[in-house]
Design a protein around this ligand. Structure first.
Ligand code: ATP
Ligand code: MG
Ligand code: MG
Ligand code: MG
Length: 462
């Protein structure tokens, strides 16, 4: 069995006989030997290999090894005389699986721009930065499950194909089973994209919340963690057409309990990632954004700020900053407002609650003032909104009235209203965009660079 390079770097001892497999990062030929850095993706640092010219097949192997080649190297670990590394591998045999032509291999030794790397998404995971991103992403995903499972939340799998527009924002992709050779036509002879899911309308899910509510009404505490789709034609650095969302839903819970869960959740995920990916996090701090480690410590150790939407508007109105978008009670906060509040005023994550009913979705719990709802957004420095959540409207009559006032098709929501008819209970939950969390953790500027295969209006090559 070959060894994982991460394990060797952490625990390997001189005289250990080992073999590694991976891709060559660099090759430096000297007179009598060659340095080869091999990386297998398990860690930021590769393993330094020294191949001496007396190794059998030396000349032929070295000639075939270039940056990007896939190799297997066996030998013995020795103490490394070089600075910054404890051990290196003295090669005894080298197998080249696949060569890479240095003339055409797109990943050269220089630093590539993220824009360029997006054009070679199939190769960019071999770079230091994207490698670190995807290791952190994996650790964060593990921390998500760990956090909820430890607290007895049931992981529920909500459907990807669904009939409900949970957010009512009209950002739905329609699912179609159109027979492209013989599509149904409208009277005018145009292709009919209408009743196209076996005669019914169906969409890709924009949120698993409504279905998670169903499950919470039986299992008390549940969460979803899966892909979500929004037809966002906004080419921002924070929106994707396909992203992953984490949505806990808790029965017998109010807005306060929801805020507490969101805060301890973020603290716990940051802690896990700092503990399991220290090298990657140090790299982000050094090379991408020099506040990454400070931010992580800040999240873990200090309490989030909490203000109401009304207070947020007052703070924004008072500020001497000129914003591109207007600030006025009743208008939604834009990302520039959210960032200003979290980044500059509070300098830490901030929970804004009690938004005007007009700008929030139909399911949110109406406050006694009948003007605001028990909504909460968690705003993060550098990102803006990272979590959106609320206490849900549990009263049948109030919910029915709201659905009617909004002109939504109430008959389609009969099952949702049944939950209020039979054993209704105050309940609450939130949605966290997983990519925004990874962006926040790593300091990466663009959301396209924290998901392996970004889906945006501009890119979906494969
Ligand atoms: P925004 O105001 O940034 O468009 P939203 O209010 O539309 O977000 P919600 O419906 O509240 O988003 O969804 C919950 C969370 O999902 C958001 O807080 C955010 O972290 C994430 N999210 C929403 N839309 C996207 C998207 N297009 N790409 C990536 N993450 C998203
Ligand atoms: Mg949105
Ligand atoms: Mg929003
Ligand atoms: Mg929101």
């Amino acid at each position: 069995m070959p060894n994982r390079i991460l394990d060797l770097l952490r625990q390997g001892q001189p005289n250990d006989a080992v073999s590694v497999r991976g891709w060559v990062r660099t090759k430096r030929e000297q007179k009598e030997f060659t340095f080869i850095e091999v990386n297998d993706g398990s860690s930021m640092a590769g393993l330094q290999v020294v191949a001496n010219q007396d190794m059998p097949g030396y000349a032929e192997a070295i000639a075939r090894i270039n940056t990007g080649a896939a190799v297997e190297i066996s030998g013995v670990l020795v103490e490394s005389p070089a600075k910054g590394q404890r051990i290196e591998l003295r090669a005894e045999s080298v197998t080249v699986y696949g060569e890479a032509d240095p003339e055409t291999y797109p990943l050269q030794k220089k630093r590539h721009s993220f824009e360029f790397l997006r054009t070679i998404a199939h190769l960019r995971s071999r770079t230091n930065t994207l490698g670190a991103v995807f290791r952190v992403r994996n650790a964060a995903a593990q921390a998500v499950h760990h956090f909820f499972q430890e607290r007895g939340f049931l992981w529920v799998h909500t459907p990807i194909i669904t009939a409900s527009d949970c957010e009512g924002a009209g950002e739905l992709f329609t699912v179609t089973n159109l027979d492209l050779k013989n599509p149904p036509k409208t009277k005018e002879g145009e292709v009919d994209f209408g009743q196209d899911f076996f005669g019914k309308r169906a969409y890709l899910t924009v949120s698993g919340q409504l279905e998670a509510e169903i499950m919470a009404m039986a299992f008390s505490n549940v969460y979803t963690f899966g892909p979500t789709f929004r037809a966002e034609n906004s080419n921002t650095s924070r929106h994707l057409a396909e992203f992953w969302m984490i949505e806990p839903e808790m029965a017998f819970c109010d807005l306060l309990g929801n805020m507490e869960l969101a805060e301890s959740f973020l603290k716990s995920v940051f802690k896990h990632v700092l503990e399991t990916c220290p090298e990657d996090m140090a790299f982000f701090n050094e090379r991408i954004e020099n506040t990454v480690l400070e931010t992580a410590e800040n999240i873990i150790n200090s309490e989030f700020a909490r203000i109401t939407y009304t207070e947020a508007i007052a703070l924004l109105e008072k500020s001497d900053r000129t914003f591109e978008y207007p600030v006025s009670w009743g208008l939604d906060l834009q990302s520039e407002h959210e960032r200003y509040l979290a980044e500059e005023l509070f300098k830490k994550p901030l929970i804004v609650t009690d938004y005007p009913v007009e700008i929030k979705a139909f399911y949110m719990r109406l406050n006694d003032d009948e003007k605001t709802v028990r909504a909460m957004d968690v705003l993060a420095p550098r990102i803006g909104e990272i979590i959106g959540g609320s206490q849900r409207e549990e009263r049948l009559d109030v919910l029915e009235k709201r659905i009617q006032d909004l002109g939504m098709p109430i008959e389609d929501l009969w099952w949702y209203l049944d939950l209020r008819r039979f054993g209704t209970v105050p309940h609450a939950g939130f949605g966290l965009g997983f990519e925004r969390l990874v962006q926040f953790m790593t300091g990466m500027q663009n959301i396209r660079d924290v998901i392996p295969f970004p889906r945006t209006p501009l890119s979906a090559e494969f």
